[in-house]
Design a protein around this ligand. Structure first.
Ligand SMILES: [Zn+2]
Length: 357
């Protein structure tokens, strides 16, 4: 199994941030177009390196600064459209056949766009990118998730926006941002609104903060999926010998609540100490519904194929494991059940059958 062969395999990503996946050259060009002069580097190679170094620095301040630059060039119709278009094309070129890409509309209002306009331009970009990818022979289905920032107070408004656009390419709602001090229950009204409208919710929880955050996300907020959720291991005891699950871990496993695990990102943010110590394999063996994700492709210098290759090298996985993780993701997707089944039966299974031989 090589990077090239894994690229051929059909993949599904549920956790990928639009503002974390720009091409460095695009950041430079959009900055020139919109007159943004605060970029820390002035050619694509050194800018790409700067993003990676900042993400690797171990400093949360520097890590967050990276998003200030990407978000700054995504404030215009052209900027949003281009970033979304290239996102769909880049994912498709990596062999991703189904993607849920998330972003926070409230962060893109600096130059006068309304929330609805921000979503419209972004969706138009995804549609263009998917059309181009299909023409290139790498078809992809992309939907968008709308994120509210957990330190802010616009979550209900964003949930309403997600429901308003539900039939036009928005699949669900998420909250993200600093976890400590901003528990998910702070946004209960937004989650209740989503539930009242039979709409989907995922919550960043159990990444920077531990079990209480996961407990609130599943028990109070009723999330359909957990963004990261790696700290569910705080509720798994004797994992080296005979693992025992606490109440929350049992519930997450019993209810088949998917874990959107992001191996490289989880190491970079310090959620886990190293790839070797990542609980991905423990959780997979305990039959949690684990999925593989990219989080921020630019900052982590990664894509789905590289994330999968890292797991193959670390845990000795084979094609049938990658197929299982991909089907896990597809089963957990925020699109209607028949469409999930179609992608599993017509795209994923035949794709892996060829590779398994
Ligand atoms: Zn994330």
């Amino acid at each position: 199994m090589t990077l090239a062969s894994i690229r051929q395999a059909p993949k599904a990503v549920l956790h990928d941030h639009l503002d974390g996946g720009l091409r460095p050259a695009t950041v430079l060009e959009l900055a020139a177009e919109c007159g943004y002069e605060q970029l820390p580097a002035h050619d694509a190679e050194s800018l790409g390196q700067w993003f990676r170094d900042a993400a690797d620095s171990g400093s949360l301040e520097r890590y967050l600064e990276t998003f200030a630059h990407t978000v700054a060039v995504m404030q215009t119709p052209e900027g949003l459209r281009r970033v979304a278009r290239e996102c769909a094309q880049d994912l498709a070129a990596d062999g991703v056949v189904y993607a849920e890409v998330r972003f926070a509309p409230e962060q893109h209002l600096e130059r006068g766009l309304s929330l609805d306009e921000v979503v419209e331009h972004t969706l138009a970009g995804f549609t263009e990118g998917a059309e181009q990818a299909a023409a290139d022979g790498t078809p992809i289905r992309v939907i968008c998730l709308l994120t509210a920032m957990r330190h802010a107070a616009r979550s209900l408004e964003i949930a309403e926006l997600a429901v308003r656009f539900r039939d036009r390419g928005v699949g669900g709602f998420d909250i993200a941002g600093a976890e400590a001090g901003y528990p998910p229950s702070r946004h209960l009204d937004a989650f209740e609104y989503m539930r009242a409208n039979c709409a989907h919710v995922t919550i960043h929880a159990g990444e920077a903060f531990g079990l209480p955050s996961i407990h609130e996300a599943v028990a109070f907020c009723g999330c359909d999926r957990l963004g990261h959720g790696v700290r569910i291991t705080d509720d798994i005891f004797d994992s080296e010998t005979e693992p025992r699950l606490g109440l929350v871990a049992n519930y997450v496993r019993d209810m088949r609540i998917p874990l959107e695990l992001c191996p490289s990102s989880n190491v970079q943010t310090g959620a886990v100490p190293s790839l070797e110590k990542h609980p991905f394999d423990l959780l997979a063996r305990l039959r949690f519904r684990v999925t593989v994700n990219t989080d921020n492709r630019l900052m982590s210098d990664t894509d789905m194929s590289r994330e999968m290759l890292k797991l193959v090298e670390t845990f000795d996985y084979g094609w049938s494991d990658l197929e299982r993780f991909t089907i896990n993701a597809m089963k957990s997707a925020f699109i209607p059940f028949p469409e999930r089944l179609r992608i599993i039966d017509e795209v994923i299974k035949p794709g892996y059958a060829v590779l398994i031989g």
